[in-house]
Design a protein around this ligand. Sequence first.
Ligand code: KG4
Ligand code: ZN
Length: 336
Amino acid sequence: MKPVRILGIETSCDETSVAIVENGRKILSEKISSQIEIHKKYGGVVPEIASRNHLHLLPFVTQAVLEDKKMSMDDIDAVAVTYGPGLVGALLVGLSYAKALAYAANKPLIGVHHIKGHIAANYLRFAELKPPFLSLVVSGGHTSILFVKEYCDIVALGKTIDDAAGEAYDKVARTLGYAYPGGPMIDKYAREGKKNAIDFPRIMLSEASLDFSFSGLKSAVLNYINSMKMKNEEICPSDVSASFQEALIDVLCAKVDLAAQKTGQKTIALSGGVASNSRLRERMAEMAQKKGYTLYIPEARYCTDNAAMIAAHAYYEYLEGNCSDIYLNAVASLPL
Ligand code: KG4
Ligand code: ZN
């Protein structure tokens, strides 16, 4: 059978990324142009600047991806694009570009939910991974436990009711004076700190709940830092980092374990920016070994935003004939 080649576009936040993926599993060509250096000086992503940069970069990145494999749009079977959730301006740029590309080349357009893309990042690295399985998506915008029944039949079992895990990482990091994005900095400094130096809360909500809440933990850390400053006492940033991180990871592990018990699923796939965290990977691996779970986590490059994961998920939508029309709109808070 002729392979299906999908060109994916991802612009939901600050990465301008385009990729060509074959049969949802094999990356033929990909480029990720990160705007981190641009946004760093503002301490976070500035939506308007992100949109303008996507607009400037997309034609170059797309051309580079095609040229890399000496391909043209004639070799592409469909154009996939993230249409939500994310920054609405940034999404609109990617979506408009994808629509024009698909329309001009007379190819189907496939709108992809960003979280479904994150889940599919695992398909690019682990050929044997097939539904059903559990997925934990932990990023700057999302913290969700999902049951992937089928490739396109995905149910959210729990999600954050306030801050996402990555958001808590970034806010704590900012208060500690680390540059944006703070997650990797906390990861680094926590390795030198004491995990039990400060007793931060583990907010589980009700015992049976698979939802998360991280705003209380974030506030507890910020209050601790502020009260130490007011008392003129010295703060040990690596101890704060390690203690905060351990509290957050305790909750992530407990909820994933609970989801596995509730559903009877023993295969767990992690993704999203926070899944590149070294301590989270270590703790999840320890739990998996102890409980007999099979754990999948892609390398850091595929945990964070990329277009290959969007094209990977789109392949399964393509097989089911789930194409979008030209009226597809960008949705900032798109439900699953
Ligand atoms: O998936 P992603 O690139 O974008 C969203 O969809 O949000 O995730 C970005 C988030 C940021 O909050 C960043 O601080 C966090 O992932 N992150 C990390 C690490 N690397 C990235 N958090 C903790 N430890 C890391 N090593
Ligand atoms: Zn993401």
